[in-house]
Design a protein. Structure first.
Length: 380
């Protein structure tokens, strides 16, 4: 625990497990942590949560009211540092916070136009104002840093800090027997895992179509589809597609997977497949790498920071035929999976260990507290 506890105020979606994990790390270090949110969590948590959601006047009016209340609540809390995760909606009130240092962390869907970040005419200006009000911008990847550059004022201080993986939880060699029993998966069946949110932009439908081609060649393979934060209309279409392709016995829709089960699924999976239209730097990828699942990904520039085709993962065109071809190639080559698993575990330990990442972030928080008001000195 630090010599002096920090008073930290986080702004972000408390119903998101990755965000909660960030906050809980600092809570467990003995810092005072408060989360301001319009998406409160019902899960057990050890931080103070203040729900700023406004349920009158419609969505847009509600957003304005919540953003305005934000500055007042922060002033009352008198934190040492405010850290904003996700730069839309509630975060648009952050430029009103002028009485303590502000850190901002863009996620991807809040700053990438192709993910709808700027679909409202005012979004660009408001998000740019949030970035302009930051004393420090912490990004998860080189790619995201490049994409936010046009939004930044000259001289903005940008550092790279990832979510990091909890290497005590996500590791190879976990006991997966009970998971196999629960989901009726036999010892000779290989698992393809599609772990992303059940929403159209993650294109599980392409994976289902590819899987139907894989099934013809390799009938003992099972596809597992996560239903986190499901778009109900899209999920209905996915289920209908599975039925139309006669894959019902070979596909498992798992519902919303508890985070504590995710390391087990990543251990069970031979292949973890993701082919979204666009992405940030998903922690799911690092978690799969830590557990030894072989990543099969579409050719997005952000993945190229981490995955080299044929070396520590496989890259595909986002078309069912190519996805199927690469998956079949991987299933036929267990030596590749074993080599990739060893290489990726070392890579995660070096580049994405949660304790290392959060230690660095803690250094920046302390630096901001010590030097406020004024310039940030190198921290962490």
């Amino acid at each position: 625990v630090c010599m002096t506890a920090l008073r930290l105020c986080f702004i972000g979606p408390a119903n998101n497990v990755t965000f909660r994990r960030w906050v809980e790390w600092f809570t467990s270090r003995g810092h005072q942590t408060t989360v301001l949110t319009v998406e409160p969590t019902q899960e057990t948590h050890h931080f103070r949560q203040i729900d700023l959601s406004c349920h009158y006047g419609g969505r847009k009016i509600g957003r304005i009211v919540s953003a305005a209340r934000l500055a007042y609540v922060v002033r009352c809390l008198r934190p040492d540092v405010v850290h904003v995760h996700y730069l839309r909606g509630l975060a648009w009130g952050v430029p009103l916070v002028r009485f303590c240092p502000v850190v901002v962390t863009p996620w991807g869907s809040d700053v990438l136009g192709e993910q709808g970040a700027f679909k409202e005419w005012y979004s660009w200006v408001l998000t740019r104002n949030v970035l302009a009000s930051a004393d420090l911008i912490a990004v998860h990847s080189k790619y995201l840093e490049g994409r936010i550059r046009p939004l930044l004022k000259n001289g903005a201080r940008v550092v790279r800090v990832g979510w990091g993986v909890n290497l005590q939880a996500f590791k190879p060699g976990l006991d997966i027997e009970s998971l196999c029993q629960r989901w009726n998966i036999g010892p000779d069946q290989q698992i393809i895992f599609s772990p992303r949110l059940a929403q159209p932009c993650y294109r599980h439908d392409l994976i289902v179509r590819a899987f139907s081609l894989v099934q013809r060649e390799s009938p003992r393979v099972v596809l597992v589809i996560s239903e986190q934060f499901a778009d109900s209309e899209y999920l209905c279409k996915l289920r209908a597609l599975v039925s139309a392709l006669n894959l019902g016995n070979h596909v498992r829709f798992t519902g919303s997977i508890p985070y504590s089960d995710m390391p087990l699924w990543m251990n069970l999976a031979s292949i973890m497949v993701m082919v979204p239209q666009s992405d940030g730097m998903p922690n799911t990828l690092w978690e799969a790498m830590a557990c030894g699942a072989l990543p099969v990904l579409n050719r997005l520039p952000q993945y190229a920071e981490v995955i080299e085709d044929g070396i520590n993962g496989l890259l595909v065109e986002p078309e069912p035929e190519d996805i199927a071809r690469v998956i079949l190639q991987a299933l036929a080559n267990p030596e590749l999976k074993a080599k990739v698993a060893l290489r990726n575990l070392e890579l995660v330990k070096a580049m994405a260990d949660q304790d290392q990442e959060m230690d660095r972030m803690e250094g920046w928080y302390e630096s901001l507290r010590e030097t406020w008001p004024g310039q940030v000195v190198a921290g962490g």
